[in-house]
Ligand binder design. Structure first.
Ligand SMILES: CC(C)(COP(=O)(O)OP(=O)(O)OC[C@H]1O[C@@H](n2cnc3c(N)ncnc32)[C@H](O)[C@@H]1OP(=O)(O)O)[C@@H](O)C(=O)NCCC(=O)NCCS
Length: 403
């Protein structure tokens, strides 16, 4: 058996790397110009066995909304190890090297299985609620929509207006990833062989009385004619609205489509406002799962670049088995937009590992939840209450796409 090596990828290797990832995930990688154009070889690692690629992990350069700011975040993706080479430590090698090399203060990913990434210091920082909506029972919001308020756009005309709305969403909700121009092209790409039997994607926008676009929805349909009549299926891919009226109108539109019986939506937030707009929330058929996992790669920089809900001045003792520079005590001082985090020799008020820090970073998890199982320890009475309030955020984090 040859020795396994780990190295950076080179530009021409995209197809082979994507093929390897597809093999691990069990999908057939298709020709993908945009994927190739967006490939960042210096941010892709490969594990080799002789001349063969046997493992890979990539990172994309994107930004992410966090409480009170939009910051750079390594978006980790394309992680896979050839089935013949599993459980020999290849993922561990790839993850350790990737974490050492990440220039951003945080890294994020969606995990195929929740058991994989905790050991590398990632914490589940956001949840996704998926809806399987029974359209006959749900009772959509009642909104009077005037002609011209909701219109369909062609993909080529849509990206610019949609990008503005996504940026507005980032200003309010943590956990939302930004998209480059190429990223938008990829998001709106709609190859017939990628539709899974559904219609082409429909791009809807809502316009306010001045004609400005203040919300959009991406959806597809699938005809399904049952023994008792029409039971079409709607898949909502994304719904972003910056004004309440746009939010209500777009939801009403997709919940009342003729011939449809069900609507599937996988990216609702825990505090999705739709829940209080429908008459029968149980008809949403909600299911919750982890969405964004977050790894703090530079404690002082990461804590210094988000904002806090209440003033705080506390010392955190952080444990990190993989990144030595993260281990130790840090004083976090925040009052409104003034935030500082630096190393200190002062005694700790709270201690925790980098995994819990990642989990609470976006404001969607409670510190008390971790303290109750001994994963966060309070040394100074009251520190847990103050830190819990400071790290919380009025809007729950939500990631609106798997990357
Ligand atoms: C998940 C995957 C990347 C793991 O690669 P690997 O090289 O076998 O992982 P390692 O050998 O480095 O495993 C490290 C540890 O994680 C554990 N582990 C790895 N994959 C796991 C999984 N899917 N579930 C639970 N534990 C897992 C291993 O048992 C090992 O634990 P140990 O240190 O206590 O022995 C690989 O199995 C794979 O490609 N799976 C299919 C594609 C996929 O799910 N990719 C992730 C996309 S987010």
């Amino acid at each position: 058996m040859t020795e396994i090596g780990v190295r950076s990828a080179v530009r021409g290797e995209y197809d082979e790397i994507q093929g390897l990832f597809g093999g691990a995930m069990m999908f057939e990688a298709s020709d993908d110009d945009l994927g190739r154009a967006m490939f960042e070889p210096d941010r892709a690692l490969v594990a080799t066995d002789g001349d063969d690629l046997v493992g890979t992990a990539r990172a994309l350069t994107r930004d992410l909304s966090v409480p009170g700011a939009v910051v750079p975040a390594a978006h980790v993706t394309g992680v896979g190890v050839r089935a013949t080479h599993r459980r020999r430590g290849i993922l561990s090698e790839l993850m350790q090297r990737q974490l050492r090399e990440v220039p951003e203060a945080i890294a994020v990913l969606w995990a195929s299985e929740p058991a994989i990434y905790g050991r590398f210091g990632y914490g589940a920082a956001a949840w996704a609620t998926s809806y399987e909506i029974d359209l006959h029972r749900v009772g959509p919001p009642a909104v009077r929509i005037r002609p011209g308020e909701i219109v369909e756009l062609a993909p080529d005309d849509a990206a610019k207006e949609l990008a503005t709305l996504l940026r507005s969403l980032q200003e309010r909700r943590p956990g939302v990833s930004g998209r480059s121009e190429l990223g938008w092209q990829k998001r709106l790409q709609d190859k017939p062989d990628g539709r899974g039997g559904k219609t082409a994607r429909r791009i809807l926008v809502h316009r306010d009385e001045t004609g400005a676009v203040d919300g959009y929805a991406l959806w597809r349909g699938k005809m399904n004619w049952g023994p008792t009549g029409p039971a079409n299926e709607v898949t909502l891919e994304e719904l972003v609205a910056v004004e309440p009226i746009a939010y209500r109108a777009l939801w009403q539109h997709v919940l009342t489509l003729d011939l449809a019986a069900t609507l599937q939506f996988s990216y609702a937030a825990m505090d999705e406002p739709l829940q209080q707009l429908v008459t029968t929330p149980t008809a949403l058929n909600r299911r919750v799962s982890e969405s964004l996992w977050l790894r703090v790669t530079d404690v002082a920089r990461a804590l210094g670049q988000r904002q806090y809900a209440v003033p705080v001045d506390l010392v955190f003792e952080v444990a990190d088995d993989l990144i030595a520079a993260n281990a130790g005590r840090f004083r976090l001082t925040a009052n409104g937009p003034q935030v500082r985090c630096e190393r200190t020799e002062d005694p700790a008020d709270l201690s925790l590992s980098v995994t819990e820090l990642g989990a609470v970073y976006l404001g969607g998890r409670s510190l008390a939840e971790f303290a109750a199982t001994g994963r966060i320890t309070e040394h100074t009475p009251g520190a847990l209450t103050t830190a819990g309030a400071a790290f919380s955020w009025p809007i729950q984090p939500a990631s609106i796409e798997v990357f």
